[in-house]
Design a binder for this molecule. Structure first.
Ligand code: CDV
Length: 328
């Protein structure tokens, strides 16, 4: 019997700075209602889905940025999402900014900020939490940039690794599910850590500007989308898994996000793609047995991986210069 789950990427159009969470949540509940009508069993929302992509805004006093963060999940404002999950029998993935009071690596309990995502069951239970590891951007105001990207100012590096959980979802007894957030998708290490836990479905939310502000905007628009898709398609193929990659899209606070949400199969093929820059639901029936081909042949990790040759992957951060050839 094949293992099929119907999934949706619930792309969201822009959320402006002044818009309250209640408006975003209302839009998300509408998307869940539409998903239910289409027989969807798991809905994936974008990164930082409750507010505008606030790391583009500079707060000199960092504590002022706390208004963008959630202190509890669920909360009064996000409860309608959990209610909709129960009402429609749909699981969901949500990206949000999390503030937590917890110990750091030195044992000091303090207020900590993370770019977080959760996977929620159709019963409203939080099955898995992930905190973004690869934080792009910068920590200080950069006068050269037209639009800031201050993730390194507002978030700490995620401290939960790349976890995978096996849990029931839709009509299936168990699916191996993992998450990554936006920039993580560009790092093969992130995919492989999930792959090494037999992930079958990766939920991934993103907010990606149409222009590369670091490069003065010279990177062509179509290459921005291409690199996003290339990374996700390669990650799925090389780790024999599905991905539901969901964007926030359109012009938000005057800055453009490119959208192009996709669902990808373990062959690396795009099986659904968003075409608007607005709230849009794309769906696919994912037969998880498709994961078996890659993981028992080309990417049978137990047979073919050579970790003894991969020492640099974890032993080193930046690239070093190679040895220079000299004529004997
Ligand atoms: N939110 C992100 O992580 N965005 C990055 C941008 C800054 C390049 C991304 O990788 O899409």
């Amino acid at each position: 019997m094949s293992r099929i789950i119907t999934v949706a990427a619930a792309q969201m159009g822009p959320i402006q700075k002044a818009e309250p969470r209640s408006v975003a949540v209302e839009r998300m509940v509408r998307l869940m209602e539409r998903a239910h009508k289409r027989g969807v069993e798991l809905v994936v929302f974008p990164e930082l889905a409750l507010t505008t992509f606030f790391p583009r805004h500079y707060h000199q006093d960092i504590s002022e940025a706390d208004s963008w963060f959630e202190t509890s999940m669920p909360s009064n404002e996000t409860a309608p999402l959990f209610d909709a999950a129960r009402r429609y029998g749909i699981g969901f993935h949500l990206g949000y900014a999390e503030v937590a009071h917890e110990a750091d690596e030195t044992g000091n309990v303090r207020k900590r900020h993370f770019n977080t995502s959760i996977l929620v069951s159709p019963e409203g239970d939080i099955l898995l939490k992930y905190r973004k590891v690869h934080l792009p951007g910068h920590a200080e105001y950069d006068p050269k940039r037209v639009v800031q990207h201050l993730e390194k100012r507002y978030f700490e590096v995620g401290n939960l690794g790349f976890p995978v959980i096996r849990a029931p979802m839709g009509g299936l007894d168990g699916i191996n599910m993992g998450m990554m957030i936006c920039n993580d998708r560009r790092w093969p290490e992130a995919w492989r850590v999930l792959g090494l836990q037999s992930v079958e479905l990766v939920a991934l939310g993103y907010n990606t500007p149409s222009l590369n502000m670091e490069a003065g905007g010279f990177e062509a628009h179509h290459l921005r989308v291409f690199h996003s898709h290339l990374s996700i398609q390669a990650g799925c193929y090389q780790n024999a898994c599905f991905a539901v990659a969901t964007a926030k899209a359109g012009t938000e606070d005057g800055a453009e996000l490119f959208g192009h949400s996709i669902i990808v199969n373990p062959q690396g093929e795009i099986v659904a793609m968003a075409s608007s820059w607005d709230d849009e639901l794309i769906t696919a029936d994912c037969d998880l047995d498709m994961c078996n081909l890659g993981r028992t042949t080309i990417f049978a990790f137990d047979k073919h991986r050579r970790p003894e040759a991969y020492g640099r992957i974890t032993g080193q951060i930046g690239a070093v210069a190679p040895e220079v050839w000299k004529k004997a």
